[in-house]
Write a protein that binds this ligand. Structure first.
Ligand code: DGL
Length: 255
């Protein structure tokens, strides 16, 4: 389960619920965090190179890119060069379009994600006749990282993301928000408190877990040691380790 940081834990939580017996190595490229402000070339090269080295070392039966930024940019190149099934993360525009009653959907992602043609295609395919308001919210990546590292979440970061959606001419009519970055479900409660009870959220985590379950259907799992996490940068201390333990990751080491 690969992400630039702790965001993929939101996907891991759904996977645990569906496949509790599946052994997982959680991999965070925190030395490269954030991906959202990098160029397409930087992200594609970094993700393909790192996943190549990780799959060689760990030999997983499946790899999940639990990161919208990495997936929307690098999924096809990674699939071309790695010989392991890859499950990616796609902004949940389809379920949002089915859920909205006002026809106005907000989409929070990283700057790199929201400019992708991949997102244009999803909008074209699934949200015709709806208004999709995209806003880049890098502050929410920082907020989620802070929360998981046991630091306080700066309310200004949450307020800025909400303001970005609401300041659009149709922003007050948003009733559904796509959390198109795996970090953002980790601060869903903070967002909900500012957006209000009439706004619902969708993200791709449950769909990814179902996809992994379907690709591994009929396979036997045997956990031979506790699940753990690898990080590309340190330090691995403070409140991070107890947070990882809440997701069943009993230790963390440097990759
Ligand atoms: N978690 C990543 C995503 O889903 C992005 C965070 C970052 O900017 O590195 O897009």
């Amino acid at each position: 389960m690969f992400d630039s940081g702790v965001g993929g834990l939101s996907v891991l939580a759904e996977l645990r619920a569906l496949l509790p017996e599946a052994p997982v190595i959680y991999a965070a490229d925190n030395a490269g965090l954030p991906y959202g402000t990098k160029t397409e070339a930087e992200i594609a090269a970094r993700v393909a190179g790192l996943l190549g080295r990780m799959t060689e070392r760990f030999r997983p039966r499946l790899a999940c890119i639990a990161c919208n930024t990495a997936s929307t940019i690098a999924l096809s190149v990674v699939r071309d060069v790695l010989h392991v099934p890859i499950v990616g993360t796609v902004p949940a525009i389809k379920p949002a379009a089915a859920a909205t009653r006002t026809g106005v959907i907000g989409l929070l992602g990283t700057a790199a994600t929201i400019r992708q043609g991949y997102v244009d295609n999803l909008e074209h395919e699934f949200a015709q006749g709806k208004t999709l308001i995209r806003h880049a919210a890098p502050g929410l990546v920082a907020a989620a990282e802070a929360k998981l590292h046991g630091r306080p979440v700066d309310p200004a970061l949450i307020a800025e993301a909400v303001r970005g959606l609401r300041s659009h001419p149709a922003g007050e009519r948003i009733d559904t928000v796509v959390l198109a970055c795996t970090h953002f479900p980790l601060v869903r409660d903070e967002l909900a408190a500012v957006l209000g009870p009439e706004v619902g959220f969708v993200d791709g985590a449950a769909g990814i877990a179902r996809r992994i379950a379907s690709l591994t259907q009929g396979q036997q799992f045997a956990r031979t040691r506790p699940d753990y996490a690898v990080f590309t940068g340190g330090p691995l201390d403070g409140q991070l380790l107890p947070a990882l333990a809440r997701y069943g990751l009993e230790r963390a080491e440097l990759f």
